[in-house]
Design a protein around this ligand. Structure first.
Ligand SMILES: Nc1ncnc2c1ncn2[C@@H]1O[C@H](COP(=O)(O)OP(=O)(O)O)[C@@H](O)[C@H]1O
Ligand SMILES: [Mg+2]
Length: 236
């Protein structure tokens, strides 16, 4: 479904990604794990059209999207929940969700998606009129995911959904990610520093280290891999 070949991303003289290739098959949850500064966010930004790769190619459902603009990529069903959530802090929960559907025109279908988001995250329904900036970190993450779902994505990319969130809510959010994948058939690329959690819910994973893919495998195999255990799972 998503096929990335020989992707390079640089910021001036800083090369954030060197020759990264990865693929995601429809229906999968794939995780990209790596420490701080490994290049995870840069990879997602390149896929979303927020930074231009040079060189490299990105194909989505068979189409070359490497040079498309961000809104054209969203229109094709590829949606990105950014690191740090980036909700509109001064708008209400309901207004934030509505912004997620800005490219959609069918009011009836939009309402159905909103009902789905509220059933997935009842907390958002309770807080619909609350100013988003006053939500807790975990609630804001739910809102960011809900807003992405409002665009009716086929493919969802999540950038560190566990970052800075209370453990109990992290567990809920990860359960919901699995539910979105299983019940809505949405393919997921999950970027995480929390490798334990990410490898638990994903089918396959890629390990990114200083801009290069170090290894990739099925997630259970990565969890048993001594190198991965030592560097990312806090074990020997
Ligand atoms: N806008 C930017 N300008 C310059 N360097 C950047 C920029 N964004 C990221 N970088 C650098 O690119 C590298 C990868 O960063 P990033 O993709 O954010 O990693 P991660 O998400 O894995 O923490 C880091 O060395 C970082 O300092
Ligand atoms: Mg990042």
């Amino acid at each position: 479904m998503l096929e990335i070949k020989n992707l390079v991303v640089s910021y001036g003289s800083i090369v954030a990604l060197h020759d990264v290739s990865l693929n995601v098959v429809a229906g999968e949850i794939v995780t990209l794990i790596g420490g701080n500064g490994a290049g995870k966010t840069s990879a997602l930004k390149a896929i979303s059209g927020l930074v231009a790769p040079s060189p490299g190619s990105i194909r989505f459902q068979g189409e070359d999207i490497t040079r498309l603009k961000a809104h054209q990529i969203v229109k094709r069903g590829l949606c990105h929940v950014p690191e740090g959530r980036m909700i509109f802090a001064n708008l209400t929960v309901a207004e934030n969700l509505d912004m997620g559907a800005y490219l959609r025109t069918d009011a009836v279908e939009k309402r159905a998606t909103l009902q789905y988001v509220f059933s997935l995250f009842p907390r958002l329904k309770e807080r619909a009129q609350q100013i988003a900036g006053t939500l807790s970190g975990g609630e804001q993450q739910m809102l960011a995911i809900g807003r992405a779902l409002m665009s009716k994505p086929k493919f969802l990319m999540l950038d560190e959904p566990s970052l800075g969130i209370a453990p109990l809510l992290v567990k809920t959010i990860f359960e919901k990610i699995v539910e979105i994948n299983r019940e809505q058939g949405i393919t997921i690329l999950l970027v995480e520093q929390n490798a334990n959690l990410a490898l638990e819910i994903s089918m396959r994973g890629y390990v990114l280290e200083t801009g290069r893919i170090l290894l990739h495998d099925h997630s259970p195999a990565l969890r048993r891999n001594p190198e991965v255990r030592k560097a990312y799972l806090g074990g020997g």
